[in-house]
Design a protein around this ligand. Structure first.
Ligand code: CP
Length: 320
């Protein structure tokens, strides 16, 4: 288990949701709800991170996570730098750690990292100065903790609870950090019926997702569910797999209105995005009345404000 706590037990880094208690998740989500912005309002701000510098270092593409971390840090009064990795000295061969040490010398206090390689956030966390925090913004197929939190917040807002819910995650589970973090969050918060649905080649290894029901049939897999979460096929994470191509995939695993009717009538439809319309989900469903996909994006800022605030609290107290 990755060490992400200070000696006093408080969270210093957030690399995974594994090991966080229900109380800790609920505390983060309650704080996030405080930061939820009502439509048309300027949105809550604070100076909780005044004097703190946050660096976004993404070596994989991102729209939602990178922008929402930047907005979150700014709304907490932090200074923010966005390292354009392709324009940085990384392309001249500088190692990840040397880049991090350089930014540390420039007084960066919090690193928000996205990387395609397993173990990079933990490796960086093990090498930075004691006051520095590392926040994973997506680690390979392994973990996407703030996505798991924003997914849980969205379910709580729409269903009032996770306790006892039936939640199906459909698509490329094998390569999905979103599915892994969402399952940790939903299970810790009391969801009792978790299911993963995918073509055989996109199901995870048999020892992963313990206690989660598996299906290769979407109609059966989502039957009676409260929540249906669709996932993109992450072609960037595998060279070859025996999966149906675009149109055929949609015919076999895509979510359309007829299939959604198998879930509960008030089921919500989620997708972490980016989504491939007409491959894993049809537009009428993605934009339809049961979709909460845009709410998930909006909740990203609030969740990242709460997370930054909790991790950097001791540092902000020192510089404040
Ligand atoms: N859901 C998500 O992580 O989106 P981005 O890749 O755009 O950040």
């Amino acid at each position: 288990m990755t060490q992400q706590r200070r000696p006093d037990g408080s969270l210093r880094h957030l690399l995974t949701l594994e090991g966080l208690s229900r109380g800790e998740l609920e505390g983060l989500l309650e704080r996030a709800q405080h930061y939820v912005r009502r439509a048309g309002s300027p949105g809550p701000r604070s100076n909780a991170l005044a004097g703190v510098t946050v660096a976004n270092m993404f070596t994989e593409p991102s729209t939602r996570t990178r922008v929402s971390f930047e907005l979150a840090a700014k709304r907490l009064g932090a200074e923010v730098v966005n390292l354009e990795v392709q324009l940085s000295s990384r392309v001249k061969g500088e190692s990840m750690l040397d880049t991090v040490f350089t930014l540390e010398s420039l007084h960066v206090d919090v690193f928000v990292l996205r990387d395609a390689e397993v173990g990079v956030p933990a490796m960086v966390a093990a090498n930075v100065a004691p006051h520095v925090s590392i926040l994973s913004a997506g680690e390979a197929h392994v973990s996407h903790p703030t996505q798991g939190l924003l997914d849980a917040l969205t379910v709580l807002q729409k269903k009032g609870r996770c306790d006892g819910l039936s939640i199906a995650i459909v698509g490329d589970i094998r390569h999905s950090r979103v599915a892994r973090s969402a399952c940790h969050a939903f299970r810790t918060l009391g969801a009792t019926d978790l299911r993963i649905v995918a073509p055989p080649a996109l199901l995870p290894e048999s020892d992963e997702f313990p206690g989660v029901a598996r299906s290769t049939d979407i109609a059966r897999g989502i039957a009676g569910c409260d929540v249906v979460m669709m996932l993109r096929i992450q072609k960037e994470r595998f060279a070859d797999a025996d999966i149906p191509a675009g149109d055929e995939y949609f015919r076999e695993f895509g979510l359309n209105a007829a299939r959604l009717a198998q879930a509960k009538p008030d089921a919500i439809v989620m997708h972490p995005q980016p989504m491939n319309r007409g491959v894993e989900i049809e537009s009428a469903v993605a934009d339809g009345p049961q979709s909460v996909i845009r709410l998930q994006v909006a909740n990203g800022v609030a969740v990242r404000m709460a997370t930054l605030e909790v991790l950097a609290a001791p540092l902000a107290a020192r510089v404040g």
